[in-house]
Design a protein around this ligand. Structure first.
Ligand code: ADP
Ligand code: ADP
Length: 229
């Protein structure tokens, strides 16, 4: 069973008289257990797509299923439940709470998750066990993003949705963050979807979806994904 199946997905933003067709009839399947990269120019619909599959936004039309369950029929409360149980988000900016330590930031999630791993274990997985008592301001950008990765994987979601996860980092630091995502895929079996502008990141993906003008113009299958380096 695929993680996501999407058919005829459309998203129209209306502001006054103007309509923006952010997604135009997108059909695609996201196989479970893979790393998928969404590549394409700014404005091509990548974030809109990610937010819709993650249940943060709704399509204008079309169907969308997670592990066979149709999401477009869910009411807001059930969509939130879907998201809490199944989806970990990582954004360009880490969204850590400055007054809490690394471990406390991760605990915010593990305290309410259905089947969390231990917060310390999640921090160990991203290589930050020794920094657990540090506050965000005492951590580098890359370390803060790895805390965000730990927070996202701690609830053991089926999918990790990452919108420009290395966009605010220099390339050496970014590689370390990407390695933790590849490791989550390999060791936990998590499906990982990554939006990027960086074509180099595509080498770690099993599949690359090339977005253009609200459509998936091309799908590239990579039989030999390589760890980021
Ligand atoms: P990408 O992630 O590829 O840069 P987006 O999904 O952010 O693309 O945007 C796709 C299109 O939808 C763009 O034209 C963008 O300006 C428009 N758009 C995105 N979000 C909104 C919004 N909340 N309201 C109106 N237009 C939006
Ligand atoms: P919850 O687990 O309480 O349902 P959400 O699913 O609303 O939380 O959001 C998941 C995570 O993504 C939260 O950490 C939230 O702060 C963050 N988030 C949601 N929407 C955005 C956004 N547009 N930009 C940045 N972070 C966001």
């Amino acid at each position: 069973e695929p993680a996501f199946s999407v058919a005829g997905l459309c998203k129209v933003y209306r502001t006054g008289e103007t309509e923006v067709h952010a997604l135009r009839n997108v059909d695609l399947v996201i196989p479970a257990g893979e790393i998928l990269v969404l590549l394409g120019p700014s404005g091509s619909g990548k974030s809109t797509f990610l937010n819709i599959i993650g249940g943060l936004d709704r399509p204008t039309s079309g169907s969308l299923a997670y592990e066979g369950q149709e999401l477009s029929d869910l009411d807001d409360a059930d969509l939130t439940r879907f998201r809490r149980a199944n989806v970990g988000f990582i954004f360009q900016f880490y969204n850590l709470i400055p007054s809490l330590t690394a471990e406390e930031n991760v605990r915010l999630v593990t305290d309410i998750a259905e089947r969390p791993m231990d917060a310390g274990e999640a921090l160990s997985l991203v290589g930050l066990a020794e920094r657990r008592d540090h506050y965000p301001a005492q951590l580098s950008g890359g370390e803060q993003q790895r805390v965000a990765v730990a927070r996202a994987i701690a609830k053991q979601p089926g999918v990790l949705l990452c919108d420009e996860p290395t966009g605010a980092l220099d390339s050496a630091t970014g590689v370390h963050v990407l390695q933790t995502l590849a490791q989550a895929n390999r060791e936990l079996g998590t499906t990982v979807v990554i939006i990027t502008h960086n074509a180099g990141i595509a080498a770690m993906a099993h599949r690359v979806f090339h977005f253009l003008d609200g459509q998936v113009a091309r799908i590239e299958i990579n039989n030999h994904p390589v760890d980021p380096s």
